[in-house]
Design a protein. Structure first.
Length: 283
């Protein structure tokens, strides 16, 4: 295990920030009484571009962690985008994560009116259906929806809708929570907007704020402000509980499955991180 750990630390040296995400991940597992007993990884290059005698390559790194916690075994998975370039001599340079920003969603010019059918009006939240959808699409993209560069909130919204959450507010982007073929609300696709929508809605889809992550159950939502600056950056959906009764979550952008809810192993994590825990209701 020590040899494997040293290999993984060397491989991911390209992706460390000053707080050392791998050390945080190890500490987090130790704190939870959990152990990584096996790691598997593979990469898939999905884009090549030649520019000014340099070749740019984008690839996805798919990593699987087999976790043992007490008598429970589960598989944590993540798919992270990376980019590197090769110079004219074939030497690899500038190997780094390929990150996107939430602002990319706000600036898009693809918001147009649509004549889509009337919106769903179901009134009961089916948590099992939401989790099943989250599991089916955690590392894939439903062709019925647009795929965003920053896809975390779009993915969570799809899961909520699969669970029966009713849309309303179209075609005004600043109102309600809804999606149409060529148009959607800010709350559907932007992390900051969904966080405040869940907190403020009084009917239809709404979120009841809970005090601790432990109170959440599958189908609930966690919101993340990584820098603690009041701008909410990320959303996940709870899909399971670990052996200590703490949430495991699925997410998009860095596609993740059964990830521990606190994201202390994320390169975006800071000591100032803030969370919001929402019990999902439909009324």
């Amino acid at each position: 295990m020590e040899q494997l750990k040293r290999y993984w630390q060397d491989f991911f040296a390209i992706d460390r920030n000053e707080n050392d995400w791998w050390a945080r991940k190890q500490a987090l597992f130790a704190e939870r009484g959990a152990e990584i007993i096996q790691i598997k990884g593979n990469g898939h290059i999905y884009s090549k571009l030649r520019y000014e005698q340099e070749d740019f390559h984008q690839y996805h790194l798919h990593v699987q962690y087999l976790i043992k916690q007490q008598e429970q075994l589960y598989l944590e998975e993540s798919v992270t985008p990376y980019v590197f370039k090769k110079d004219h001599q074939g030497n690899m340079q500038a190997h780094r994560r390929h990150d996107y920003k939430q602002e990319d969603l706000v600036k898009t010019d693809m918001f147009k009116q649509s004549n889509s059918p009337s919106l769903n009006r179901r009134s009961k939240y089916d948590r099992q259906a939401a989790v099943q959808y989250a599991e089916r699409w955690w590392n894939d993209y439903n062709p019925a929806y647009r795929r965003f560069p920053v896809d975390c909130t779009n993915y969570v919204s799809q899961c909520l809708y699969a669970g029966g959450a009713p849309m309303y507010g179209a075609p005004v982007r600043e109102r309600g929570w809804w999606y149409q073929a060529t148009n959607w609300s800010f709350s559907w696709a932007v992390a900051h907007s969904l966080r405040w929508y869940l907190a403020g809605a009084t009917s239809g889809l709404r979120g009841e704020e809970m005090e601790t992550a432990e109170q959440l159950i599958p189908g609930d939502v966690i919101c993340y402000d990584f820098s603690g600056d009041g701008r909410w950056d990320h959303n996940t959906i709870v899909v399971a509980k670990d052996a200590n009764g703490m949430p495991l979550v699925n997410a998009h952008t860095d596609n993740s499955r059964n990830r521990y809810w606190s994201y202390e192993d994320s390169t975006a994590w800071t000591p100032d991180i803030q969370y919001k825990f929402f019990r999902i209701h439909i009324e």
